[in-house]
Design a protein around this ligand. Structure first.
Ligand SMILES: [Zn+2]
Ligand SMILES: [Zn+2]
Length: 358
């Protein structure tokens, strides 16, 4: 079968290569890949900045955003079922992983399919244990490829809500920073919950990202025209800020965008070595006197996956054209370089032509 493979730690080593067909062991499910989403993590791995190959070699099959179709009846799944799969796997020796929460792994020695020590899903066939597969309703169809980034957003919002709810708090006004898949899907989930949503991003007004925000009933501001601080001042402070920019200065600044009892949730990653700064009274006075909090979130728990998929399906029913537009580029796997270079909301690699069995 064909697979998208790379050598972690080495730039320009990504290629479509022949790999042996996986053979499911008893109790495992064989899945035919329909589509795999790509994101900044894949880009970083392809640039040699991130990722770890499995113990048995130096090559890693990429892809952690799966949409597939069950190829053969397996435990809990029947041929033809649409499925996705969770990404992070137990380290095998911590209390969080033992409780089924590798998203809160205590050792950091977890594996992640397509990222760390486990082959990914960017291959024609994938084998998976049924407990890691998540059903995707046929009504969601190809948009099921958004399940992984949506699960990351669902976890973040679940955690932000838990922190907010430690005291009287209402999620009325939310600000999303960043217009990648994580930012736009967060905006989508927040709109579904009825929040008033503002999105601030670098894209100009009139670009697809701004149109998506508009289509979801959110208000869009380009950083060309307004700073997040301007938007926060005009809105009267936010109950929730979701950061999805991958800029540590923006992350720190979120503390200054919150209203009373507000919660900021950080989702981006920024490994650049530098100092970031904040006006002293924002931290030393406002954060204290207004009970503000800053939390961060990564990956997703098993419970976030069905929640995210159900939310995506509700969003599809409510804003069908908008959801379709989330996938701005869909290319065959040979076009992976275009997918990795894509700077819209989401690019995907199609392993089966559109209209293939869903
Ligand atoms: Zn991703
Ligand atoms: Zn663990």
């Amino acid at each position: 079968m064909r697979a998208l493979v790379t050598t972690p730690g080495q730039a320009h080593a990504t290629e479509v290569a022949e790999a042996p067909d996986p053979r499911p062991e008893a109790g495992e499910v064989l899945v035919r890949t329909l589509e795999v989403g790509v994101c900044g993590t894949d880009r970083e791995i392809a640039e040699g900045l991130f990722g770890v190959a499995p113990d048995d070699g130096s090559r890693l099959v990429l892809g952690h955003e799966l949409l597939g179709v069950v190829e053969r009846d397996g435990p809990g799944f029947a041929r033809g079922d649409l499925v996705t799969a969770t990404v992070r796997r137990s380290c095998g020796r911590c209390a969080a992983c033992a409780q089924g929460a590798p998203d809160a792994c205590l050792t950091g020695d977890y594996g992640e399919r397509g990222v760390t020590r486990l082959h990914g899903f960017a291959a024609e066939l994938v084998v998976e244990a049924p407990e890691h597969l998540v059903a995707v309703p046929a009504s969601l169809g190809r948009l099921g490829v958004l399940a992984e980034p949506a699960s990351v957003c669902a976890r973040a919002l679940r955690h932000a809500r838990a922190v907010g709810a430690r005291q009287p708090w209402e999620l009325r006004r939310a600000l999303v920073l960043g217009t990648g898949a994580i930012g736009m899907l967060s905006a989508c989930l927040l709109r579904l919950e009825g929040a008033d949503v503002w999105v601030v991003g670098q894209a100009d007004a009139g670009t697809p990202q701004a149109q998506l925000a508009d289509g979801l009933g959110a208000r869009y501001a380009s950083t060309e025209d307004a700073t997040a601080a301007d938007v926060a001042r005009d809105a009267g402070g936010f109950d929730l800020v979701v950061e999805a920019t991958g800029d540590a200065q923006v992350m720190l600044d979120t503390l200054g965008l919150l209203g009373r009892n507000g919660v900021a949730c950080l989702l981006g990653i920024d490994a650049r070595r530098r100092r970031v700064a904040l006006d002293g009274p924002v931290l030393g006075v406002d954060a204290i006197l207004q009970n503000r909090s800053l939390v961060a979130s990564v990956s997703a728990n098993r419970v976030d996956w069905p929640a995210a998929i159900a939310a995506l399906d509700r969003a599809r029913a409510r804003w069908p054209d908008v959801l379709d537009a989330f996938v701005g580029l869909r290319v065959p796997v040979d076009g992976f370089a275009d997918a990795l270079a894509f700077r819209g909301v989401k690019a995907t690699l199609a392993f089966q032509p559109d209209g293939a069995p869903c």
